[in-house]
Ligand binder design. Structure first.
Ligand code: WTA
Length: 575
């Protein structure tokens, strides 16, 4: 990016950046920054304590931690209030018999109770599992069953989806329902009533840094979603990357637009950012350009962390809307989750006077791994450079490092603090990420002579639609449950706005005729069962699916056919 643009955006930064990358990267050791977070005696550590309670001992106690807004309401919470409320919730869980390492799941829209309960779960030493409120009954069941969750926190509306599958969840002892009109049922308690009764004092569990803190289900190519488990120690890297990459300063107000059902919404929508003592904005509602700009304006947001699909949608909404708002409080913009097109960076420079800084990581890595930093010239289209303390390389399938500029597997040297500690009860899957001395991300990239990493694509069939990670197998599994569907093959098709959209190729059971009505019915079927974002936007009915002789669907053949590309090696095709 041109020098003068970098210069201009530096002026808008207003504050001295927290990280001097070139200086720090040379000799950085993780031990150097341990003092950034607070340990209890004997090296014990609790991530929730670091995020909230430690600030209560300082002047920050009355600083606003959370500015919450919905479409008809808004509320503020100070660090001190969050500390008390999450203590209360920790007591609620304790009274329900929740113990260390029990899985406690949250299925809520982005309301304050989501954040309070997440912190409370960590305070008792249990493992917090988050889910998008867009999940349907089978998405919810898969997660609660696999994790054998003991407690679920939800609201009356979302509870209806859980009621459909509760009989299949013998481990689920209690559902805590937030809001009014809580039904009087066995195994159901009212959040409000329990919170009112609970003490505001809680002796926070002094967990070992390696004890598990939260888990998130995420998709791969094969099988159902896997539970990625993180340890309390991950707060160290979440904290330092929030400081270095998001450049959080004391006076900043940050809006991380991500939902805590996604790892970004936990690592930077809760833990790492609050650990820095920053004020966070949460907007409960759905994406809407005018509303989004009004939030930036109303809360004087200075740091904005969002995702490419949202940025593209803002671009598509046109600059007339943007011009109606005073966005002069913004000083630094970041993006994650999918490739950030150079046009998006150009747009933000032209319209906001600031470039979006792309960064890269995964649910499994627990925090940012590769990033563009405030003091570093951006090369639009590149994800930036590895964070200090993290070694990234481009290797061939055997793990041999490739020369500069060559495309290959993006790998990371294991041992960074926020690396996943387990795939819930699936050692084989966990081990499959590691080969030789490397952790394989499943992404393909190249690295240029200056050390910038350029994303190429996934090495597998994982779909990224509007930033959400969707496994084709999961969608196919739900599709074949539809009474008319015999077989299903699912792929991602490039889309200008959403990055990719999901497309399904279906073989119908005898006696069923292809029709537009059937397509709509099938889409609805997936939407209401799996998740709002995981349904196929496009459906083609075909006679047979391309399969290997061993019966595996050859999705790459479907994709090549769809895109009019060469089909590649077909020697294993059964058709
Ligand atoms: C993709 C997201 C291009 C990548 C925090 C990765 C990206 C997957 C970028 C992880 C980026 C993430 N540019 N692709 N800046 N960031 N990805 O687990 O394929 O939802 O492996 O975590 O998103 O997705 P996940």
């Amino acid at each position: 990016m041109k020098e003068e643009i970098v210069q201009k955006s530096m002026e808008k930064l207003r504050l001295k950046p927290n990280l001097d990358y070139d200086k720090v990267v040379k000799s950085f050791k993780w031990d150097d920054i341990k003092s950034e977070i607070e340990f209890f005696e004997k090296g014990k550590l609790n991530a929730a304590y670091n995020a909230v309670d430690r600030h209560v001992k300082t002047w920050r106690k009355n600083k606003v931690a959370l500015y919450w807004e919905s479409d008809n309401d808004s509320k503020k919470f100070t660090f001190s209030e969050l500390s008390i409320l999450s203590n209360k919730f920790a007591n609620v869980l304790k009274n329900l018999g929740v113990k260390k390492e029990d899985r406690v799941f949250i299925l809520l829209p982005r309301i304050p109770s989501l954040y309070i309960s997440f912190l409370g779960i960590l305070k008792v030493g249990a493992i917090a599992g988050t889910m998008f409120s867009a999940f349907g009954p089978s998405g919810i069941k898969d997660r609660l069953a696999d994790s054998t969750a003991k407690v679920l926190i939800t609201d009356p509306e979302l509870k209806k989806r859980v009621d459909e599958i509760r009989f299949e969840l013998p481990s689920l002892e209690t559902i805590i329902v937030v809001g009014d009109n809580v039904p009087k049922e066995k195994g159901v308690v009212s959040y409000n009533e329990e919170m009112n009764k609970a003490s505001r004092n809680f002796d926070i569990e002094k967990t070992d840094p390696e004890d598990f803190s939260f888990m998130l289900y995420t998709s791969g190519t094969t099988g159902k979603s896997k539970g990625i488990v993180h340890a309390h120690y991950s707060i160290l890297q979440q904290h330092i990357t929030a400081k270095w990459v998001l450049d959080l300063h004391e006076e900043d107000v940050m809006w991380c637009t991500a939902d805590p059902g996604w790892v970004t919404g936990i690592a930077y929508g809760i833990l790492g950012s609050w650990s820095n003592g920053a004020s966070l904005v949460v907007y409960e509602g759905r994406f809407d350009p005018a509303k989004w700009y009004s939030i930036l304006e109303k809360y004087n947001v200075s740091i904005w962390y969002s995702a490419p699909t949202a940025i593209r949608m803002l671009m598509a909404a046109g600059n007339d809307i943007l011009k109606k708002y005073d966005l002069s409080s913004l000083r630094y913009l970041c993006s994650v989750g999918e490739p950030l097109n150079p046009e998006a960076v150009k747009w933000s420079v032209e319209e906001l006077g600031l470039p979006f800084h792309d960064n890269y990581w995964q649910t499994e890595t627990g925090s940012i791994m590769v990033a563009n930093y405030p003091l570093m010239p951006i090369k639009p289209g590149s994800m930036g450079k590895p964070i200090p303390g993290v070694r990234v390389a481009i290797v061939d399938d055997a793990g041999k490092e490739l020369p500069i500029g060559k495309e290959g597997n993006l790998v990371i040297q294991p041992g960074w603090p926020s690396m996943m500690r387990q795939i819930w009860q699936n050692k084989e899957k966990y081990d499959s990420y590691f080969k030789g001395k490397w952790y394989f991300t499943g992404d393909r990239s190249s690295m240029d002579k200056d050390g910038y990493v350029w994303f190429v694509g996934r090495a597998d069939d994982v779909i990224k639609t509007a930033g959400e990670r969707v496994g084709p197998f999961e969608v196919e599994s739900v599709l074949i449950e539809h009474p008319a569907v015999a077989e299903a093959g699912v792929i991602g098709v490039p889309d200008e706005l959403r990055g990719e959209v999901i497309k399904a190729f279906l073989v119908l059971k005898p006696g069923n005729e292809p029709s537009e009505g059937l397509k709509e019915d099938i889409k609805k079927f997936v939407k209401t069962r799996l998740a709002g974002h995981a349904y196929p936007k496009d459906i083609d009915f075909i006679k047979t699916l391309p399969k290997t002789r061993s019966g595996k669907i050859m999705r790459r053949v479907l994709k090549a056919r769809e895109l009019g590309l060469p089909e590649g090696d077909l020697t294993t095709l059964e058709e």
